[in-house]
Ligand binder design. Structure first.
Ligand SMILES: [Cu+2]
Length: 417
């Protein structure tokens, strides 16, 4: 008897994109006339992407799950998530399979475990899909990349820099771009540039381009970014202050996490806006747009740099259990006080608010929605950006990193007798 597997969050083509965050799904017998329950076993049967299952929302999903499906066709719920460290490479390389007690396959559903990965080791097909989507978004200067460019300028500097909202704002910004890319190719996730390690593969003619002696970025002919245009300028200028095969002039990931000490508090961790973040930008020469805040987004490398900044925050949050925005150690009041940096403030430009102290324009419109999750909503607040995997809230932000797992926080044991 066939088994139908339904996973919420399917797009218009019926495709389902998962991360490490468990999603509640159902399985049911189709056309059932069986009198009693039918025992089936769910398992992961993909070629690349792995899946795990559980009967409850947990961090301990297993490779298989036994279900007793009612004979009358009533759905049975279960939880499904991507198996940590087994992300997909392409759509459909992760498969949930239902087998009956004799081992016959009675149902299956192909999905994708869509994860942000390290750019240095990104497989070429994923790299090329990312670049193609980015090139389409730019459309030789005529596409929506222009909005992203116009969001990050001298006029908007204090919405997003020099204060506590730096990390939440840039988390929203990278996610906004990622959702715009996914509207072009849903299988794309923004890779991150791990700037405290060598990333020679990133700075090649096949990927983000190779810089010539004049700091002009060169692509191989036919590359998706070959006709990159921002601010009516063709091409990208990027000169290096560090050996191309080595790390940028930044502190290590380990030392970045130590910024929160003592106490693993956000007020300390936030210092990462300077080093490694600012230092990653200024690891490029003065004539490189990426080295200057008002011009940085001219270089699309910006978003891979910031995916790594966001990954560092996400990883720190996971290791230190700092995903809950109401936890006093997970955030800090803006200093100096400024609107846009308090937990309950809406963030520009997605709130559409213009005029002092906000910038004169709000490019790009509301925050884009996705079928994958209702979060963070079309007018996100600072507090909506803390829990990217949904470990303390109901909803994740719909993305994940290859080295930051979904782990429920330790249960607080009530006081003794
Ligand atoms: Cu910025």
């Amino acid at each position: 008897m066939p088994v139908q597997i339904d996973i919420p969050g399917a797009d218009a083509q019926g495709r389902v994109f998962l991360t490490w965050t468990p999603v509640q799904a159902t399985a049911r017998l189709v056309g059932g006339t069986a009198t009693g329950p039918v025992n089936v076993s769910l398992s992961s049967a993909g070629t690349v992407g792995g899946l795990v299952f559980d009967t409850v929302r947990s961090s301990q999903g297993a490779a298989t799950l036994q279900l007793a499906l009612p004979g009358n066709g009533q759905p049975t719920t279960f939880w499904i998530a991507g198996e940590f460290q087994k992300p997909s490479s392409a759509y459909g390389d992760a498969v949930v399979q239902a087998k009956d007690t004799t081992g016959n396959v009675v149902g299956s559903k192909a999905v994708m475990v869509r994860i942000r990965k390290n750019a240095q080791t990104l497989p070429a097909p994923e790299r090329d899909r990312y670049l193609a989507a980015l090139g389409t978004l730019n459309a030789q200067g005529q596409g929506a990349y222009k909005d992203f460019r116009d969001m990050h300028t001298a006029a908007s500097n204090f919405e997003m820099h020099g204060n506590m909202g730096f990390l939440p704002w840039h988390r929203a910004y990278v996610l906004d771009l990622e959702r715009a890319l996914q509207a072009i190719d849903a299988t794309v996730a923004v890779p991150y540039w791990r700037f405290d390690k060598g990333a020679a593969a990133l700075f090649t003619q096949d990927f983000m381009g190779q810089s010539d002696a004049n700091a002009n970025v060169v692509f191989r002919p036919g590359h998706a970014l070959e006709h990159w245009v921002t601010d009516s300028r063709l091409g990208i200028t990027r000169g290096f202050n560090f050996p191309v095969g080595g790390p940028a002039h930044v502190i290590s990931e380990f030392d970045t996490f130590a910024l929160g000490e003592p106490g693993d508090v956000f007020a300390g961790f936030h210092d990462m806006e300077g080093d490694p973040h600012g230092n990653a930008h200024t690891s490029f020469t003065r004539i490189s747009p990426i080295s200057q805040v008002p011009l940085a987004v001219r270089d699309p490398l910006f978003f891979m740099l910031h995916a790594n900044v966001d990954r560092l925050w996400a990883k720190w949050q996971w290791v230190k259990h700092r995903e809950n925005s109401t936890d006093a150690s997970a955030y800090a009041p803006p200093s100096p006080p400024r609107i846009g940096h308090n937990l309950g403030d809406t963030m520009w430009p997605w709130n559409g608010i213009t005029g002092r102290p906000r910038p004169p324009t709000a490019p790009g419109g509301r925050f884009p929605t996705t079928v994958v999750t209702p979060a963070p909503g079309q007018t996100p607040k600072v507090q909506d950006m803390f829990d990217h995997l949904g470990v303390v809230s109901t909803n994740s932000l719909g993305y994940a990193y290859d080295d930051v797992p979904f782990e429920l926080p330790p249960t607080v044991v009530a006081g003794g007798p």
